[in-house]
Design a protein around this ligand. Structure first.
Ligand code: SF4
Length: 346
């Protein structure tokens, strides 16, 4: 029985409303997710009523500038937000089970077994004073693999799967003896060790040089696609989204301001912020068009549209009225008052 099945059985119907429906419409369905941070400067509106979903066997990108709420959203879903942060509202249903209603122990059982997490910085994910072999063994012991021989074989196989040629040397070493690219391969091997159906990768190539970035992203995509896993890939790079994702969620100031298939969102972006991100992608022979201005103050959160101070199209209602989502027949959705855009869609 999987960890998720065990959870479903252990929970009452009221605690897990979808307990009788093991196969939900979406693999992950996030709804109304809201996270706040209590700080001396005031209440930070880090994540604001975020909705999105991930289907089976698809890769969904979450994109936006630094500080737009991507990583806090992911950490909220995984139960990794620490005080002074707290999730104050919403649900995150994974295969019908609301992750936000689970205890810390229940979530830890799911992470690794059902959900693999690849963190931004491999050196913070790895224990600096424990041999890599021991770290693999601990993960497996937490999920019932107690035999030293089996743990060793599975760790070697996992390292071979991520392209590490001398697994024994890596297993006998420590994190500080690895290059950035090798360390991230080890973290990917750990994330895939228990064969999760869903992988969350939070800016997995931060700090790596360009060639290694591509190698790591190619590797993650291959491991996801080969086993028909699903993945949520957090990135600030629309080029990465274009190359590796099926659908994309664009975040700004802790809100989802546009989502749809990569073809729709990058081909016919509805929101001026998405349009600005696309213009900022480097193209041979063309000047870079940088987005000027800053994200709004998340303590003194603006009324109306959060993008108003940077938007070249802002007009009267933008400062007063929160834009309602505009959705096309295919499900491409964005939040903007622009009347010409609304007339353009059905
Ligand atoms: Fe710009 Fe107004 Fe649309 Fe916001 S709602 S993106 S400020 S035009």
């Amino acid at each position: 029985m999987s960890a998720l099945d065990a959870l479903r059985r252990s929970r009452t119907r009221s605690a897990v409303p979808d307990a009788g429906r093991p196969e939900g419409r979406h693999l992950l369905e996030v709804s109304g997710l809201t996270t706040r941070f209590d700080t001396p400067a005031g209440l930070v509106h880090a994540v604001n009523s975020v909705d999105f979903h991930v289907d089976r066997a698809e890769i969904v990108g979450v994109v936006g500038e630094s500080g737009c709420g991507k990583s806090v959203t992911i950490r909220s879903i995984l139960g990794l937000v620490r005080p002074p942060g707290r999730v104050v509202d919403g649900t995150a249903r994974f295969n019908g089970v609301d992750l936000l209603a689970l205890s810390g122990a229940e979530l830890r059982r799911l992470r690794g077994k059902e959900i693999g997490f690849i963190a931004q910085n491999p050196f913070s994910a790895l224990n600096p004073v424990m041999r890599i072999r021991r770290q693999f063994a601990k993960i497996m012991a937490a999920h019932g693999v107690r035999s030293e021989g089996e743990a060793h074989d599975r760790a070697r196989a996992a390292l071979a799967d991520v392209g590490i040629a001398g697994p024994d040397r890596v297993l006998d070493g420590y994190a500080h003896q690895l290059s950035g690219g090798m360390a991230q391969r080890v973290v990917i091997a750990m994330a895939m060790l228990l064969n999760p159906t869903f992988v969350i990768a939070d800016e997995p190539t931060t700090g790596l040089d360009l060639t290694v970035q591509r190698q790591i992203l190619d590797l993650i995509r291959a491991m996801v696609k080969e086993h028909e896993r699903s993945m949520l890939l957090v990135t600030h790079d629309l080029g990465v989204v274009a190359q590796y994702c099926d659908r994309v969620v664009v975040m700004y100031a802790g809100q989802v301001i546009e989502h749809g298939t990569v073809r729709e969102v990058l081909g016919t972006p509805g929101h001026p912020y998405t349009q600005a991100l696309i213009r900022a992608i480097p193209r041979p022979g063309q000047p870079l068009v940088h987005l000027t201005g800053r994200l709004p103050d998340l303590v003194d959160y603006p009324a109306g549209c959060p993008f108003q101070a940077r938007c070249p199209h802002a007009f009267d209602p933008c400062a007063r009225v929160v834009p309602e989502p505009v959705t096309t027949a295919s499900g491409h959705t964005y939040r903007c008052h622009l009347p010409q855009e609304k007339e353009a869609v059905r």
